[in-house]
Design a protein around this ligand. Structure first.
Ligand SMILES: [Mg+2]
Length: 259
């Protein structure tokens, strides 16, 4: 896909005089779990669609459908959004529904089962450039937070051998306990900066999902950095990223006078 010749694409700078904290999304920013997520969604959605609609159904596209309907969102929101794209509305069911039923919760639970099986079979990778940026932020005294829609944050971090401590972690479990809506609502990002005791305008959001970039911008964050893992620079800029990089190796941390 051609990428725009846009001055907002390429590199980003975090100036320690302007910002007090950086909020990291997990999947796709810290950990590389896209393959396991897309394969799990595809397995569950395709089985359901073929069985319920028929073999000629428009199946789950692991790139386009993943990015538009499920990436970054809480699991059940993703189920609803993708099925709506195929004109299907299912009963909500309940969180404890058995994976075998055909409700929103059951499909979400099937996806989670498949994702966890893949994680345990193949593990996950982390992005070394992200870990380097985290170390640099810690060195200059900028706080860090981890946010994720995932309810499996500790399992994913462990599978990826990420041994970094964040000052604040808001994962899907914490969000559910506090009744926080998922992305594109900025609620989880704002909960992170609240917990850190800073205002959003003094915070940076680093996100790879369209829903997450939109959430950061809507939350009034001073800097929203989109990470284009899928050749999707234009989509991230359109969603509200102030700047887009291809990897966090292109993000530098500067203190006053060092520019
Ligand atoms: Mg993500």
């Amino acid at each position: 896909m051609p990428q725009p010749n846009d001055s907002r694409h390429g590199s980003a700078t975090i100036d320690v005089t302007e910002f007090d904290a950086v909020v990291f999304d997990m999947d796709g920013v810290v950990t590389d779990t896209t393959a396991a997520h897309t394969a799990a969604w595809k397995e569950v959605f395709d089985e359901f669609l073929v069985r319920v609609v028929g073999p000629d159904v428009d199946r789950f596209d692991p790139v386009a459908d993943y990015l538009e309907f499920v990436d970054g969102k809480p699991r059940y929101d993703g189920v609803r959004a993708f099925l709506a794209s195929r004109g299907i509305m299912l009963d909500e069911g309940r969180p404890g529904d058995p994976p075998s039923a055909d409700t929103v919760h059951s499909l979400g639970n099937r996806k989670n089962q498949s994702f966890l099986a893949r994680l345990s079979a193949y593990g996950a990778d982390s992005y070394p450039s992200t870990l380097r940026l985290l170390a640099e932020l810690r060195r200059v005294g900028i706080s860090t937070a981890l946010i994720t829609s995932s309810r499996n944050a500790s399992v994913v971090l462990q599978a990826a051998d990420v041994d970094v401590s964040f000052d604040v972690v808001i994962d899907g479990e914490v969000a559910a306990e506090r009744g926080l809506p998922g992305k594109p609502s900025p609620a989880v990002f704002l909960a992170a900066t609240d917990d850190l005791g800073i205002s959003a305008v003094r915070g940076v959001v680093i996100e790879d999902a369209i829903a997450g970039v939109a959430a950061g911008r809507m939350g009034g964050f001073g800097l929203v950095i989109g990470v284009a893992r899928h050749d999707n620079v234009t989509d991230l800029l359109n969603a509200g990223a102030h700047v887009v990089v291809d990897d966090l190796a292109a993000v530098s941390v500067v203190s006053c006078g060092s520019r």
